[in-house]
Design a protein. Structure first.
Length: 533
């Protein structure tokens, strides 16, 4: 990894998703080096598909609702000087007989063209958006997105998809097909069975093709699935839905049984329920329930990422804005975007990363610790991000670093991993970690041990590049009787680094139980580019 030298300025881009139920807006600042910053995200209920699936025409009042929101979103995007503004429409628009009327009205309202995408393209974009925020660890997942008018199903991993399909099933479509407008009575078991029978009939070919693909978990990314999981979290965990929660089919089925037994007014008051979704939740829930019947052994996770996020990822790929990030893992991409957003010293961060990993690996070979590849990867990310707090202020920059990492919503990580990275980065300089520190109290005992080990290597590596000149070119740890020997390849002028190193020998002895001594040898001047990811 080398610092980008392009003079191309950053620019603002906006993305709009006109769905059957809602319209969404995402505005980001895109940097030439591949990083981006979310400037605003908006979502408005438009119910574009309300009354459409019986007549196959979008109703006049729905067109006007959409035009009003579309104009407001376009105005907001332009207030940020967004260029381009990408707008796509999905199921309700592509199936409507009068879609040209809708598209003309939207253009009149905002002087902006809308692109109608196919069901498979919708599925591909959903995959891009959701997969970019998930850590897979070699697994494959079934992605399910239950929209208002269609349901997209995708099988894929971190790098690519192997199956894409779309079904003409959605929360609004099924609700309006089976229930009368204004019907606020509980749903009978007979009604629910009829609904599921219809879903099985429509989904049969997709389910047959899906049977040829293997996957390890299910990830739902729609309002229906988020709502059902949020209700389950309130009921089973006593709190709102959190990022890494997982659910069984039995848990989701229990929630659905509870909701169907309630009249609409009571259903809308259930903890975790969005009251504006109460009238269509059963129609969407029955689709998920029917899918989960076939895969009841797979855990279900919920993601807040959507097609709107997929539009951004697709844009970055198509325009080459990802720079040198496109060949890296999603986790590394996410870390580098955060570092670049905070305008970190990339050469220094890379060099500290390399020294940290070299000491971690040789110390493991010497038997000083037994941590595996998982903590090693977290050390790599902590080393890259250890100084980003400088973006806020030099004073207390360790604390700023911790806060930025903890609240950056790094993609592809779970909360525990983010907490470990943040804590290890926080303690790259004095003082030492204390059990009463907030950064440590949020961790369990094994994670605290990991932070102690990782932060020690990071402290040493940071000291060994104190001048930010790459004077210490390599570092290895060996064991000699009761001593650990830090073997360094250095330039002639490394006095500042050696002085800084002395402040961490006590920490090393406390963590590893051995006194640290230093052995140096001077080597030839370093090459022009010291480090690269």
């Amino acid at each position: 990894m080398t610092r980008s030298t392009t003079a191309k300025p950053p620019h603002i881009a906006a993305f709009m998703d006109i769905g059957t139920n809602s319209m969404r807006l995402l505005v980001v600042r895109v940097e030439p080096n591949g990083s981006y910053e979310v400037l605003t995200q908006q979502k408005e209920l438009i119910r574009l598909g309300e009354g459409e699936f019986e007549s196959r025409s979008i109703q006049p009042q729905a067109i006007e609702r959409a035009a009003l929101v579309f104009a407001r979103f376009a105005e907001m995007a332009r207030s940020f000087a967004a260029d381009p503004i990408v707008a796509v429409a999905t199921s309700a628009t592509r199936e409507a007989r009068n879609r040209r009327r809708l598209l003309r009205r939207l253009h009149e309202a905002a002087n902006l063209d809308v692109h109608v995408i196919s069901g498979r393209e919708e599925a591909r974009l959903i995959y891009l958006g959701v997969a970019s925020g998930v850590r897979f660890e070699g697994e494959k997942a079934l992605f399910v997105d239950i929209g208002g008018g269609s349901t997209e199903v995708i099988v894929g991993d971190q790098q690519d998809h192997t199956f894409l399909d779309t079904m003409r099933l959605g929360a609004i479509r099924t609700t309006h097909h089976f229930f009368e407008p204004g019907d606020d009575e509980p749903i009978t078991k007979r009604q629910y069975r009829r609904l599921q029978k219809h879903i099985r009939t429509v989904a049969v070919r997709t389910m047959q093709r899906l049977g040829n693909h293997e996957f390890d978990r299910i990830i739902g990314s729609s309002g229906t699935i988020l709502t059902l999981c949020d209700i389950a979290a309130h009921r089973d965990f006593g709190r709102p839905l959190e990022r890494d929660d997982q659910f069984t089919h039995k848990q989701i089925k229990s929630v659905i049984t509870k909701l169907t037994a309630m009249p609409l007014a009571e259903r809308s008051r259930v903890p975790g329920m969005n009251p504006r979704r109460g009238d269509i939740i059963i129609g969407g829930a029955a689709i998920l329930d029917t899918l989960l019947e076939t895969y009841s052994d797979k855990p279900l996770f919920a993601s807040e990422r959507t097609l709107r996020d997929g539009l951004l990822i697709d844009y970055l790929h198509r325009t080459g804005e990802q720079g040198d990030l496109h060949e890296l893992s999603y986790r590394m991409q996410s870390v580098l975007r955060l570092g670049r957003k905070c305008k970190f010293d990339e050469d220094h961060a890379c060099h500290v990363r390399r020294l940290s990993l070299a000491m971690f690996d040789t110390a493991q070979q010497a038997g000083l610790h037994d941590l595996n590849a998982g903590p090693r990867e977290l050390l790599e990310y902590a080393a890259i991000l250890h100084d980003i707090g400088m973006f806020v202020a030099h004073s207390r920059h360790r604390d700023h670093t911790y806060y930025l990492i903890r609240h950056a919503d790094l993609l592809g990580f779970d909360d525990r991993e983010i907490a470990v990275i943040a804590a290890a980065a926080k303690y790259h300089r004095k003082p030492q970690p204390r059990s009463t520190d907030i950064a440590m109290t949020v961790l369990d005992e094994p994670a605290r041990h990991v932070v102690g080990v990782l932060s020690t290597f990071l402290r040493l590596a940071e000291s060994l590049d104190r001048s930010h000149r790459g004077n210490v070119r390599d570092a290895r740890i060996a064991v000699d009787d009761n001593h650990a020997v830090l073997e360094l390849d250095t330039a002639a002028d490394s006095h500042l680094e050696l002085w800084a190193l002395q402040g961490h020998t006590k920490t090393f002895a406390r963590i590893f139980g051995k006194k640290l001594t230093v052995a140096m040898r001077e080597t030839e001047p370093p090459p022009a580019v010291l480090t690269k990811i």
